[in-house]
Design a protein around this ligand. Structure first.
Ligand code: HDD
Length: 699
C-alpha cells in the first residue's frame, strides 16, 4: 500500500475530502433538516410577533453572531496559497530532514504572506515588514518556516516583543494611526532601544513596499541548527529568493494604491495563480560549521544581524511554486496556525533569545485565537501523516478515539501508540552550563555596524528613498526629543544620512559623525542588483479612444502577452471603442475605475482621433504623467507621442527609433514594427527607471 504521505498531491487529496460544494443540494439546518423557508421568520399571524419555536431563525442568527474569531495580534492581514516544494540539491550531509534529503521528493506547502501592524481590514501597501510563513506538509510531519521579508528583527530578546508591538500598534487613546509606524510611540521605542537601528534601516527602505508577494524575498531570520544522521550539527539560515527578482513600489504610489485598491498585493497573488503564472522562489541556505560559531564580528544568535552573503554564500537547494488558491479564505488563510516550534527531525533550534520566546508564543496565541487545543485538526493545519497520541477531548474534538487506554504506558491497547523508533525526533544534545541571570550578552552590543553596512550597500536612489522615509515618519512625530534621539542614532550609522534626515525634520544636524563609517558594503543587499529579466505578470495599460490604431494594439499587445505580461485596454468608458481602420476594440476597464498606480507600464498607441480624445481627457493625461513620475516604462507610437507631450513629459531623453532602450524607460516609435515591442519589453523588465526621478512632471 502506498504511504499517503508519499503522494505529491497528498495534501490536496486530504483537503478534497473536506470540500463542500453547493451544487444540486437543498438548504438544511445544521441538524440536516430541510427548511421550507429561509426568508421569513415564523410568526403569530402576518403582523404578529416572532416565535421562539422557530429553530431555524435561532440557529441561523446564533451561528452568525459567532462567525468572528479574534484576529492575529500581529500579522492580522494576510493572503495565502498552496503549492509544492521540489528539492534539487540534497542536504543529507547536514540534516536528516527528509524533505531536504531526497531529491525525488515533492513536498506540499501552504504559504501565508502578511503585513504586521495593521488590522485584518487594513491596506496591503502600507510601509511595513511582510510575513512569509511556510508550512511544509512533510512525510515526517509539519515543518513551519515562519519568516519575514527582512532578514533581521527589531529586538534581540523576545521579552521585548510586547513592548515593541505596543509601540508600533495604533496608540491607546484613539487607536490612531492604523497600519503605520509613523507615530510617536514607535519612534520613542526606537530612540530608547538602539538595537532596532539595523531593522529600522530595512523598514525605511523599499523592502517595506513590495510590488508583489511574487517579488519579495523571505528569511527565516534566526540561525537554526541542522543535525545529520551522525548527530553532527551545522548552523543554518534560510532564505527564499523570488525568481522574478525583488522589486518595490514607489512610496507615493503605495499611498495612492491604499485608497484605489487596498487589496493590491492579495489580488496580485490571487490573479497570478488564477492565470497560471505561478510565483516561484528558490530556497537557499547559508551553512556555518559549528567550529566557526565565533568567527564573525557579530553573534550568530543575535537576530538583529545578517551573515553577509559575500561571507557565506546562500546556496540554492530547491524551488517553491505556489500554484493553487485556497477554497475558502476563513477556513484556510485565517485558520492556518504557524508555529516556529513545528520542526522535523534534522532541524533544531539555537539559543537565540528571540527564537526561544517565539517557541512559547505561537502555540499560546493559537489556543485563544482558534478556541482550544484541537486546532491542529483543522484541515489546513493537519499533517499528511497520521497523528497518534494520548491527547483527548477539549473544544471541537473531531476524531473518535477508540479504546479504553488514553495513557502511556498501557497494556490495554497493546502498548500503542508505541514511542520512539526510526525517524523519531531527538533533540540536539547541546551542552549547556551557566548561572541563572537576566543579562544581554556583550556579543550583542554592536547596534550600528550592520545598519551602516546596509546603508553603504544601497544605490543612490535607494538611499534617497530611505532619507525620504525617515523624513516622512519622523516628520509625523510630535515630540522633538524623539526626532532628536533618532537622528542621534542615525549619526552612528552614517553622518551624511543623519544630516539629511535632520534637515527634513527640523532638528539640529550633528556636527561630526558619532561613529566613523566603516566603509564596508554587501552588494547582495541592494535591490539594484536584483533580477530584471522577466515581465511575467507585469500589468500593462493600453490607453484607447475611438479612432485607435487597432493593428498597433494587437501587435504590441500580443508581443507583451507572449512575453508573459498582462495587457488591459483602458478607455473613458467600458464596452468598445471604434478602431481607426473599422471594427471595434473591446475595452477591459473604464479608466475612472482604475489608475496608473495599479499598472507597471503604459502604452499609448497611435490613431490621430484617439490621441486627440485622450489629450482632452484629464484622466488619461494624468495617467501618463503619474506613470512617468513613478518611473514606469512608457511606450508611445506615432500620434501617441503627442499625449506624452501633453502630459508634460519633456526634458528627458527619449529612446530613438531603432536605438537601444534609453535609461529613461520611455520608448517611442513610428509604428509597431521593427524592434519597438522588444524595446518596450526591455523597459518593462527593468521594473523602474529611477534615473528619471529628478525630472519634474506634475502628477
Ligand atoms: Fe511572530 C505571527 C514572523 C517574532 C509572536 N510571526 C507571526 C507571523 C509571522 C511571524 C510571519 C504570521 C504567521 C501567519 O501568517 O499566521 N515573528 C515573525 C518573525 C519574527 C517574529 C520572522 C522574528 C524573527 N513573533 C515574534 C516574537 C514573538 C512573536 C519575538 C513573541 C515573543 N508572531 C507571534 C504571535 C503570532 C505571530 C503572537 C501572532 C499570530 C500567530 O502568531 O499565529 O504568536
Amino acid at each position: 500500500m502506498v504511504n499517503p504521505a508519499d503522494r505529491a498531491d497528498r495534501k490536496q487529496e486530504q483537503l478534497e475530502r473536506r470540500r463542500v460544494r453547493p451544487d444540486d443540494t437543498r438548504l438544511t439546518t445544521d441538524q440536516g433538516i430541510r427548511v421550507d423557508d429561509t426568508d421569513n421568520s415564523l410568526s403569530a399571524g402576518e403582523r404578529g410577533p416572532s416565535l421562539m419555536d422557530d429553530f431555524h431563525l435561532r440557529e441561523k442568527i446564533t451561528h452568525f453572531d459567532h462567525e468572528r474569531i479574534p484576529e492575529r495580534v500581529v500579522h492580522a492581514r494576510g493572503a495565502g496559497a498552496y503549492g509544492h516544494f521540489r528539492l534539487h540539491d540534497s542536504l543529507a550531509e547536514y540534516t536528516t530532514a527528509d524533505f531536504l534529503c531526497d531529491t525525488a521528493r515533492t513536498t506540499p506547502v501552504f504559504v501565508r504572506f502578511s503585513t504586521v501592524a495593521g488590522s485584518r481590514g487594513s491596506a496591503d501597501t502600507v510601509r511595513d515588514v511582510r510575513g512569509f510563513a511556510t508550512k511544509f506538509y512533510t512525510r515526517q510531519g509539519n515543518f513551519d518556516l515562519v519568516g519575514n521579508n527582512m532578514p533581521v528583527f527589531f529586538i534581540q530578546d523576545g521579552i521585548k516583543f510586547p513592548d515593541f508591538v505596543h509601540a508600533v500598534k495604533p496608540e491607546p487613546p484613539n487607536e490612531i494611526p492604523q497600519a503605520s509606524s509613523a507615530h510617536d510611540t514607535l519612534w520613542d521605542f526606537v530612540q530608547l532601544q538602539p538595537e532596532t537601528m539595523h531593522m529600522m534601516m530595512w523598514l525605511m527602505s523599499d523592502r517595506a513596499l513590495p510590488r508583489s508577494y511574487a517579488m519579495m524575498q523571505g528569511f527565516g531570520v534566526h540561525t537554526f541548527r541542522f543535525v545529520n544522521a551522525e548527530g553532527r550539527a551545522t548552523f543554518v539560515k534560510f532564505h527564499w529568493k523570488p525568481r522574478l527578482g525583488t522589486h518595490s513600489l514607489a512610496w507615493d504610489e503605495t499611498q495612492k494604491i491604499a485608497g484605489k485598491d487596498p487589496d493590491f498585493n492579495r489580488r496580485d497573488l490571487w490573479d497570478r495563480i488564477d492565470a497560471g503564472d505561478f510565483p516561484e522562489y528558490d530556497l537557499c541556505v547559508q551553512l556555518v560549521p559549528v567550529e566557526d560559531e565565533h568567527r564573525f564580528d557579530f553573534d550568530l544568535l543575535d537576530p538583529t544581524k545578517i551573515i553577509p552573503e559575500e561571507e557565506v554564500p546562500a546556496r540554492p537547494v530547491g524551488t517553491l511554486t505556489l500554484d493553487r488558491n485556497p477554497t475558502n479564505f476563513f477556513a484556510e488563510t485565517e485558520q492556518v496556525a504557524f508555529h516556529l516550534g513545528n520542526v522535523v527531525p534534522g532541524i533544531d533550534f539555537t539559543n537565540d533569545p528571540l527564537l526561544q520566546a517565539r517557541l512559547f508564543s505561537y502555540l499560546d496565541t493559537q489556543l485563544i485565537r482558534l478556541g482550544g487545543p484541537n486546532f491542529p485538526q483543522i484541515p489546513v493545519n493537519r499533517p499528511v501523516v497520521e497523528v497518534r497520541n494520548h491527547h483527548r477531548d477539549g473544544y471541537h474534538q473531531m476524531d473518535l478515539h477508540e479504546g479504553r487506554a488514553s495513557y502511556h504506558k498501557n497494556s490495554l491497547s497493546g502498548g500503542c501508540p508505541a514511542v520512539g523508533g526510526e525517524g523519531s525526533f531527538t533533540h540536539y544534545q547541546e551542552r549547556v552550563d551557566g548561572h541563572k541571570i537576566r543579562k544581554r550578552s556583550e556579543s550583542f552590543a554592536d547596534h550600528y555596524s550592520q545598519a551602516t553596512l546596509f546603508w553603504n550597500s544601497m544605490a543612490d536612489w535607494e538611499k534617497e528613498h530611505i532619507v525620504g522615509a525617515f523624513r516622512f515618519e519622523l516628520g509625523k512625530c510630535e515630540h522633538r526629543h524623539i526626532r532628536e534621539g533618532v537622528v542621534g542614532h542615525l549619526n552612528h550609522v552614517d553622518h551624511d544620512l543623519a544630516v539629511q534626515v535632520a534637515a527634513g525634520v527640523g532638528v539640529e544636524a550633528p556636527a561630526a559623525p558619532a561613529t566613523p563609517n566603516h566603509g564596508r558594503g554587501s552588494p547582495a543587499l541592494s535591490q539594484a542588483n536584483s533580477a530584471t529579466d522577466s515581465v511575467r505578470g507585469r500589468k500593462i495599460a493600453i490607453l484607447a479612444a475611438d479612432g485607435v490604431d487597432s493593428a498597433a494594439v494587437a501587435a504590441v499587445g500580443d508581443a507583451l502577452m507572449e512575453a508573459g505580461a498582462v495587457c488591459e485596454i483602458l478607455a473613458a468608458h467600458a464596452g468598445f471603442v471604434q478602431a481607426a481602420n473599422g471594427g471595434q476594440v473591446e475595452v477591459t476597464r473604464a479608466m475612472p475605475t482604475v489608475a496608473s498606480v495599479l499598472y507597471d507600464a503604459v502604452l499609448v498607441p497611435g490613431g490621430e482621433q484617439s490621441v486627440r480624445a485622450l489629450a482632452g481627457d484629464g484622466d488619461a493625461v494624468h495617467f501618463v504623467a503619474e506613470a512617468f513620475v513613478h518611473c514606469k516604462a512608457i511606450g508611445a507610437l506615432d500620434a501617441g507621442i503627442g499625449l506624452l507631450e501633453r502630459a508634460g513629459i519633456t526634458g528627458v531623453e527619449f529612446a530613438s527609433n531603432g536605438g537601444t532602450v534609453s535609461d529613461t524607460g520611455v520608448v517611442t516609435g513610428e509604428g509597431p514594427g521593427g524592434d519597438f515591442s522588444a524595446r518596450l519589453i526591455d523597459a518593462v523588465k527593468a521594473h523602474r527607471h529611477w534615473t528619471r526621478r529628478k525630472a519634474h512632471v506634475p502628477a
